[in-house]
Design a protein around this ligand. Sequence first.
Ligand SMILES: Nc1nc2c(c(=O)[nH]1)N[C@H]1C(S)=C(S)[C@@H](COP(=O)(O)O)O[C@H]1N2
Ligand SMILES: [Mo]
Length: 252
Amino acid sequence: MRIDPKFTRRALIGGLAGSALAGCDAFQDSGAGRALLFSGEKAHQALQRTIMDRNALAREYAESEMSPVFRANGTRDPDTADYNAMAANGFADWVLTIGGLVERPMALSLAEIRNMPARTQITRHDCVEGWSAIGKWHGPPLSLLLKAAGLKTQARYALFRCADLYRGTPYYESIDLIDAFHPQTILAWAMNDALLPVANGAPLRLRVERQLGYKHAKYVQAIEIVDSLAPIGGGKGGYWEDRVGYDWYAGI
Ligand SMILES: Nc1nc2c(c(=O)[nH]1)N[C@H]1C(S)=C(S)[C@@H](COP(=O)(O)O)O[C@H]1N2
Ligand SMILES: [Mo]
């Protein structure tokens, strides 16, 4: 359904390089030819930067552009005994663990996470099912947590384990370290200027703004740093990837 970004990139860059060479033949050795070739090369570089820059920011919106209602999708309430008990207590006992290939495994309370420096961003969420919504998110950059834990050299992916079972199977997701350290990748604990509602992933959910909706894990309980996704779940790196073959890389 989606076009492989690598393929698009190659096709576009190949096309441009081709036209620059055609220009070279037509204006051989003339100043115009060199200028054309040079401008083609510049365009090529600019295009390459736009398409390949995984650190580029997702668009951010104004308050006036926020959706009046941010709908919920997938699990709207984990509704397990553990989760209900923690929700009843305002998630005072919620613990986020960070483990796997890290120097300093951590267990953080929600209070500690809420005391960390946070980023606020108004972004558009795009679900593969064909709806979008613009919402405001607030929480610490994932990079801060990962730097505190210290990644070992074999680290390649950040895996998110969620508190819900969706249709009986634990929801999980994973991203690579480029997305994990992207400046807009945050662990949000607030949405639209209020504490994150249960329907949208309370008390903590991932925002990974350059990716489609299913990558934004809700109800995050554990972050595991791993070197391979193969041994986890169905081996494809996420709930929907395992279940129906959605792309693991869902970059937008
Ligand atoms: N734990 C968990 N995370 C999840 C899901 C889910 O069912 N469980 N659904 C995903 C999908 S498909 C989307 S579009 C978004 C929906 O986020 P929202 O409920 O805040 O709209 O969460 C994603 N993260
Ligand atoms: Mo989705």
